[in-house]
Design a protein around this ligand. Sequence first.
Ligand code: ADP
Ligand code: ZN
Ligand code: ZN
Length: 720
Amino acid sequence: MTDLRIQVAVPGPFYTPLTYLSERPQAPGVRVRVPLGPRRVVGVVLGEAGADDVPVEKLRPVQAVLDSEPTLDGHQLALARWLARYYHAPIGEVVQQMLPVPLRAGKALWQRGETEWHLTEVGRRADVEALPAQAVRQRRLLTFLQREGAATVSRLRAFMEDYREPMRAMERRGWVAARQRSCLDAPIDKVQRHELNVEQQAIVEAVPQAGFSAHLIEGVTGSGKTAVYLELVARTLAAGRQALVLVPEIGLTPQMVARFTAWLGEPVAVLHSGLSDGARHCAWTQLARGEVRVALGTRSALLGRFDDLGLIVVDEEHDPSYKQQEGVRYSARDAALWLAHRLDIPVVLGSATPSLESLQRARRGRLVHHRLTRRATGAAMPEIGLLDIRGERIEAGVSAPLAAAMRAHLAAGGQVMLMLNRRGYAPVLMCHHCGWQADCPACSAHMTYHARPEQLRCHHCDAVRPVPERCPHCGSGSLVAVGQGTARLEEALAERFDVPVVRIDRDSTRRRGALEAYLEQVHGGEPMILLGTQMLAKGHHFPAVTMVGMLELDQGLFSPDFRATERLAQLVIQTAGRAGREGAGQVLIETRQPQHPFWAQLRTGGYAAFAEAALAERQAACLPPFWHQALVTAQATRPEVAQQFLVEAAQRLRAHSEVEVLGPVAAPMLRKQGHWRYQLWLQAPERGPLHGALDGLLPWLWQHGGHRVRWAIDVDPIEM
Ligand code: ADP
Ligand code: ZN
Ligand code: ZN
């Protein structure tokens, strides 16, 4: 038998697939177990390998074929290839990201949910006393099931180790039966959808149902974008196809999930990072087999397998969480456009504050630009007011005029929301005597002072240290917490106002179910102060909030990151959008820069005016979305090692004259987790030369990087 050479994507630092020998041809997408050095790993067949010049004797054979049908379908393989090429990522790592964890470990392809035992009609009416007195375990099981209705095998095992034999006995009586439990919640009652208004209806009609088309819905906060998505999804389902809706963070928007299931009246596969590996695999299976038709998920849901995808929606398309910041640094929004094109289906991006990238694509006709200009509930858009706090006394965290406005809204029965984008108690712990500050030993950053429990925490590497009793530098006992985070503001407000204060940030919502509990309290509607970080800005609908206050935004006006003002404008408009959704609302921003043109622009012309001006600035400065960028970063435990590595990389890159190369420069956070970080900025007016330069550099990077220097390529970077 002659051995065939096949290409296999294996996990690990290989920037091409590896070649193995197989006795038989293997279909692309099939998983195989292959030797890799001393280990055996699970890889995915990509296709036949050409006869390259590695002699057959050097190639190793496939050890086992794990699938009788492909795990990844043709569209996924095509997407994997595109991601690997565009983001210059190893194909093996891209493929890993597409596999649910159990499949990476070689588990069976389909995960059918768990076996569940339930009572039959007869069993439900059965009397425990009808069982013989000595059948103790049957009696206990019957009572358990009559209380629970049904139970999965893992629940049963927890209840009674040896449940099997008595369960069989009851099965023979016809009292119980086994079934496969779906990994999805049971279908819920359908709720009537809103009748769409004229603007909404016009968009639904302008999105063709078949064939590739790409759309941008720019709709003010509360304009009913979700209702438009739902209508488009419903139409897709009616045509017998599946729909995928991407959202930035599901944990933050339990309401969104409820709305989808209730309005569509059918189960929705919810995909996010909080799922167990088994649950994710189960949802993956049901989508791949067409057993569920709607997927609502974060970034990685785009990498899933679908039976017949007919629509992709990307909600809050401007959100930075769509860009993966480590490993394969892909943008799920941009990949969604590529995939829709490949599948020949419509793709819809939506936001109240579209990214400048998408607005520019719309200008060039690559996205059809639709607008929703009014709130669907008829409520007016809130006015954005500035509070000049230069010279104001800041008492208990807020300025006197802000406190006065808060009191007025609370007295009128409204809820007040305050946004302070900094968690913890205080950002700095300082010695009053000598000026010493508590810094993270591994990062170029202060450690944040947390009061409950009392400790110092680095928000960049998660290091935790006890709070010193005396200054480590001069021994003085006068250490003071400087500045305020959400926890300190909460404490101050609780003392000064006699309404409940609810804080929502990453610390307060770490516990499972905590966010839901807080949201429920807020939805109760009584007057209260709701305070938190930008988590509050995301998609929530707080009907009783009549006033929104924003604190300490000014530093966003002076950041070295050219995207900082775009982020700030988005944050302000999104946060402001939480106010007065059902009635008149007021937004007040504390600033020491009231004369800054940014504010005038945003207040008079809204986000559109800001975006218009920002695009002109970007064009003049040859920045994205006009020019294209890529970042080569290097980090090492010794700074000169990382620097030297990039100096040599830059020399190679400078051979490409169409590409501008800047650097090496220090990363904005020079040291992180004990590593010194430097960057090379590449930019060019066209993408082609940029990719060409990176392709030319890759072999050198792979050869010279490694343990000593860790490097990464970020195409279309959004963070410095
Ligand atoms: P967005 O996502 O654009 O911020 P939502 O989809 O959350 O807006 O809608 C805002 C509010 O308007 C929601 O309470 C929603 O139920 C309501 N709504 C949406 N469409 C309509 C409509 N056609 N008629 C009445 N109310 C609507
Ligand atoms: Zn000191
Ligand atoms: Zn740190």
